[in-house]
Design a protein around this ligand. Structure first.
Ligand code: SAH
Length: 367
């Protein structure tokens, strides 16, 4: 591919229409092209028979359609599938598909690594390299659609898309929002707002902006019911406190009486799983349209946490349920291939040198 070619895989409809205007083409041609690329997975301009020959030639000269490539493809005993994807600069990210009887959820990455330093997360331990482009984010959905042999409309197999892979989506705001536009677009993936979930550690001003530009489902990685504990587990809490976060969440769902914010809560033995913590969480969420997802901790070697016992998780859930808070314990999927929440690691050069510091620490601990 010559350096001057533009990868149009990441263009949402308004951007592609602008681009076509600059090429002196009618805007509905952009709509047709989006359908070819995202609904039919076509990469050859010559196959796009409802576009004029002249336009196809123009497109071939200045643009390309390029998605990440598959480096490894693993299937877990429970059917969960994890791919290691290669990017053009040599970095690798991970993507997971979770099939269930009534839905298929694709979990995508938004950054190479993660700059936040949540103490229990594998991605965090590996450090951060860079943001993904829109082509690299939507390219994951595009690729999964092909890899899962979706002969029918894409939204029949991939019914839900969650930004719960590597990275903090709201720190790559522009590209994530463009991706969401393509996911929502009837000419693209045609998903409804409720079937797209952005999960965030709590970048409050960006949650407010997301509410204004495209209010898809929101999940908050809460993990603790008070600031002292949360600041230890999710250092970002030192910047945006629980009070600020709760205000932002309340406003996020205020305009939609059916919407609820999902609060994710990783169950760490002896850390955040006591009956007292459950009571505190009840008080915090009492007046919030909320659902709670309890996530049994998935092992990350060397971080020094253990999973709560099943009995403690059940007791915690029952306390929330008894107070009228909708609560589920998330099933651990893809454990045998390290595809579960918080276990995605990818392969990349860590610009933050965090992984080196961890290696030294582990060596010292073992010495
Ligand atoms: N940066 C985003 C997306 C991250 S991953 C966020 O913080 O929400 C999705 C979820 O997995 C988050 O709730 C994250 O806190 C959780 N998670 C991370 N490590 C985990 C682990 N080892 N076990 C269980 N859940 C984990």
């Amino acid at each position: 591919m010559p350096d001057s070619t533009i990868n149009i895989l990441g263009f949402d409809r308004p951007t592609l229409r602008q681009f076509f205007q600059a090429l002196d083409e009618l805007h509905y041609r952009a709509d047709q092209l989006i359908q070819w690329v995202h609904q039919r997975g076509e990469t050859e301009f010559d196959a796009m028979t409802n576009l004029s020959k002249a336009l196809r030639e123009k497109l071939r000269a200045v643009t390309c359609i390029e998605a990440p490539s598959v480096i490894a493809d693993q299937v877990a005993a429970d059917g969960t599938r994890k791919w290691l994807l290669g990017l053009s600069d040599g970095n690798c990210i991970e993507m997971v598909f979770i099939p269930e009887s009534d839905r298929g959820t694709l979990c995508i990455s938004s950054q190479v690594g993660c700059a936040l330093n949540c103490t229990f997360c594998s991605t965090a331990r590996h450090g951060y390299n860079r943001d993904l482009s829109c082509a690299e984010i939507i390219g994951q959905v595009w690729l999964a659609h092909r890899l899962l042999n979706c002969q029918t409309a894409p939204q029949r197999v991939i019914t839900n898309v969650v930004f719960m892979g590597m990275g903090e989506p709201l720190l790559n705001f522009t590209n994530v929002v463009r991706t969401i536009c393509l996911l929502l677009d009837d000419f693209g993936y045609g998903l409804s707002r409720r079937r797209i979930t952005v999960s965030t550690a709590g970048i409050v001003p960006r949650i407010d902006r997301l509410r204004d530009v495209c209010p898809v489902s929101l999940a908050i990685s809460l993990h603790a019911p008070n600031d002292i504990l949360r600041s230890q587990l999710v250092p970002l809490n030192r910047k945006y406190s629980i009070t600020d976060l709760m205000r932002s969440c309340r406003e996020y769902v205020a305009r939609d009486t059916r919407a609820r914010v999902t609060f994710e809560y990783v169950m760490l033995r002896g850390v955040n799983d006591s009956p007292g913590h459950a009571q505190e969480l009840v008080r915090l969420l009492r007046r919030m349209p909320a659902k709670v997802n309890l996530i049994p901790f998935n092992d990350v070697p060397g971080v020094g946490y253990e999973r709560s016992t099943d009995a403690d998780i059940d007791r915690f859930r029952n306390t929330l349920l008894a107070s009228g808070i909708m609560t589920i314990t998330r099933k651990t999927r893809g454990k045998d291939i390290d595809a579960a929440c918080g276990q995605l690691a990818g392969r990349f050069r860590d610009r933050t040198h965090r992984s080196e510091r961890w290696r030294h620490r582990t060596v010292e601990l073992n010495a």
